[in-house]
Design a protein around this ligand. Structure first.
Ligand SMILES: Nc1nc2c(c(=O)[nH]1)N[C@H]1C(S)=C(S)[C@@H](COP(=O)(O)O)O[C@H]1N2
Ligand SMILES: [Mo]
Length: 301
């Protein structure tokens, strides 16, 4: 299916949840918020694996700003103010500035992308994101020739993020990509899932999704995007460099020092839940292996 869907094609969530694909219907028009409005869907990049349920995706999370337990983000993120929201874009760009989220998103084509998602802790899910390609905003702000990496930061707001009262992470949570990784069409800025605005526990109102990398690269609740010349510091690498590299590509042949990465537990109670083999680049090898030609992935882990 490659038909372009329009505003009036978006269906209400109860219908959506019961169907694999969106169906035509104007009923949702009034209720559909702009950040989850789908203009083109489904994507050729989507997996046909069965998505986890909304309940699973929103109740088993890693978001240390709200605590280290898997249930903590759902329990403690309700008070996060996500509107208004702005994102600073700075560094080696032609049009640096503080962009209001609505302004940042307005020219981007939102798509549904059903992606496999693999945490470094060896669990996985399948998630139907709503988002747009990061390259869209990078092209809009104009990346200068000296830029080689993109650095991202999460909001710091301890009054609303109780996990930030603990200092074992040096806040803000930081992540980064090489510029070619950031420009890759699989690399998504997600503003929703299951046709709804992003739940707070999943990184509202805007988060990164890089499906061929371990989940910790997919930084949530982004407030700053910087184009830089050098490889930027990243949170898990800063904490434990021997265990978490900058690249963090999903790789079943390179084990974590404390556990195997050869297989993973698919979270949930669905038909296929349970243990499965981990795929090279999380199943996106055909799309992304070329980015790493000539690199030793056991060294650049
Ligand atoms: N700001 C921030 N982003 C984050 C994290 C975090 O603790 N803080 N955890 C990461 C990890 S380890 C994973 S596995 C994913 C989890 O995303 P999900 O809860 O939407 O499945 O978010 C990533 N992004
Ligand atoms: Mo993770």
């Amino acid at each position: 299916m490659s038909r372009r869907l329009t505003w009036s094609d978006v269906t209400p969530k109860p219908v959506w949840l019961n169907r694999r694909h969106l169906i035509t219907g104007a009923a949702a028009l009034a209720a559909t918020p702009a950040l989850a409005r789908i203009e083109a869907s489904p994507s050729t990049f989507s997996t046909d694996a069965t998505p986890n349920t909304y309940e699973e995706i929103t109740s088993y999370n890693n978001f240390y700003e709200f605590g280290t337990g898997k249930e903590d983000p759902a329990l403690y993120s309700g008070g996060l103010t996500v509107d208004p929201w702005s994102v600073v874009i700075d560094g080696l760009v032609d049009k640096p500035g503080t962009y209001d989220l609505a302004d940042l998103v307005k020219d981007q084509a939102l798509e549904e992308r059903i992606y496999r998602f693999r945490c470094v802790e060896a669990w996985s899910m399948v998630i139907p994101w709503i988002g747009f390609e990061l390259s869209g905003i990078l092209n809009r702000v104009g990346v200068q020739s000296g830029a080689k990496f993109v650095a991202f930061e999460t909001l710091v707001r301890p009054e609303e993020m109780p996990g930030q009262q603990s200092r074992f992470i040096e806040w803000p949570y930081r992540e980064g990509l090489r510029l070619d990784e950031a420009m890759h069409p699989l690399t998504l800025m997600a503003t929703g899932l299951y046709g709804e605005p992003m739940p707070n526990q999943n990184g509202a109102p805007i988060r990164l999704v890089v499906p061929w990398k371990y989940g910790f690269k997919s930084i949530k609740s982004i407030v700053r995007i910087s184009l830089v010349a050098e490889m930027p510091p990243t949170t898990w690498n800063m904490l434990q460099p021997s265990e978490y590299g900058f690249y963090a590509n999903v790789n079943p042949t390179v084990d974590h020092p404390r556990w195997s990465q050869a297989s993973e537990r698919l979270v949930g109670s669905g038909l296929f839940a349970g243990r499965q083999d981990t795929l090279m680049f999380n199943g996106y090898e055909a799309e992304v292996a070329g980015l790493y030609a000539g690199q030793d992935l056991a060294v650049d882990y």
